[in-house]
Write a protein that binds this ligand. Sequence first.
Ligand SMILES: NC(=O)c1ccc[n+]([C@@H]2O[C@H](COP(=O)([O-])OP(=O)(O)OC[C@H]3O[C@@H](n4cnc5c(N)ncnc54)[C@H](OP(=O)(O)O)[C@@H]3O)[C@@H](O)[C@H]2O)c1
Length: 328
Amino acid sequence: VVAVVGATGLVGQVLLSGLEQRGFPVGRLVPMAGPGSAGKKLTFAGQEYEIQAASPEGFHGVDLVFFAATGELSKRLAPAAVAAGAFVIDKSASWRMAPEVPLIVPEVNGAALRASDRLVASPNCTTTGLVMALEPLRRAAGLKRVHVTTLQAASGAGRFALEELGTQAAALGAGETPVAELWPEPLAGNVLPRCDELEPGGSSREERKLCQETRKILNLPNLELAATCTRVPVAVGHCASVWIETERDLDPAEARDLLQAFPGVEVAEDPTPASVAGRDEVQVGRIRRPLAGPGLQFWQVSDNLRKGAATNAIQIAEYRVRLDLSCN
Ligand SMILES: NC(=O)c1ccc[n+]([C@@H]2O[C@H](COP(=O)([O-])OP(=O)(O)OC[C@H]3O[C@@H](n4cnc5c(N)ncnc54)[C@H](OP(=O)(O)O)[C@@H]3O)[C@@H](O)[C@H]2O)c1
C-alpha cells in the first residue's frame, strides 16, 4: 500500500507515472494532496482513486509513503507516517540535514541506508545531478574543491512557478510587459542571479542546501564548495557548470571513462535541458582542462523532476525493497 502526498503536484505526477513505468509493486494507492483536491479522482495503473486530504489518519495500513508536497507538511506529518508503521521517503528539505536521517542517492551512497531506517530524505534537485557526476571522480581521485554555478529550470520551484513562466513568456510574445509574482523580477527573457532568499553573508538558501547536502551525501564534511545558483527561463532540466580539483590529478579522458562507466550517468557531446527532459540519466559533457590553472571543468544536466526528484525517490524505495529481501 503506497501513499503519495502531493499527488497532484509536478513531482507527485512524475512519481506516479514513474511507479507505473518501472512496475513498482503497488497493491493499492493512497493519493493525498491539499484540502482543495480532496474528493477529486486520479487514474493510476488503470484504476481510479479518490484523492484524500493529507492527514495522520490517512497513513493507517500504509507500507510506503512518498512526501512530495511542502516542507512544512513533511515536518508535521512524516513522524505520524513513521509512527503508523510506514517507510517514509521525503522529497522536501525538512529532514535532509537531520543527523539521524539518511540522505540518499542510491548509486552514490545507497550503502548508507540501513534496513532499520524508517525515514529517508531525497536531496534537492540540483544536488542529485551534481553528486552523480562528482562521485565517480571522487572514488578514483579524491575531491578537494568544487566550484559550481547552476542554471535551474522554473519547474524546480513547483507548478505555480512553471505556470508563471508560461504566462510571462506569452506576455513577452504578445509584446506586453511580463508580470512577476513569485520572483522579484520576471523570469521570461531573463536570468535571475539567485533562486531564493539570501541569508546573512550573501549566499542563498539554495546554495547552502547544495553545499550541505553534497558534503553529507559524499561523506566529505570538509569539502570546499563554492556555489552560485541561478534561475533560467527553461521549463524542465537543471544545468551546472562545474570546476573541481581532485587529490590526484585526473585528465579529461580518464574522467570521461569514469563518468561513462558510472550507473545513471551518460557522457554526451553538448547536453542541454532539452536532451535530458523526460529522461532519468544525468548527462555530463564539455569535460576539459581549464585554460589556466589546475583541475577539471565539466557541464552537467539532469531532469529536475525525474532524477532530481521522483526517480531518485522511487530508486530509494526499490533499493529498500532489495535490502528487505536480502535481510530475509
Ligand atoms: N520541482 C522539483 O524539481 C523538485 C525537486 C526536488 C524536490 N522537490 C520538492 O518536492 C516537493 C513537491 O514539489 P513540486 O514541485 O511537486 O510542488 P508543486 O508542483 O507546487 O505541488 C505541491 C503539491 O503539494 C500539495 N500540497 C500543498 N499544500 C498541501 C497541504 N497543506 N496538504 C497536503 N498537500 C499539500 C499540492 O496539493 P494541491 O494540488 O491540493 O494544492 C500539490 O500536490 C517540495 O517539497 C519540493 O521542495 C521539488
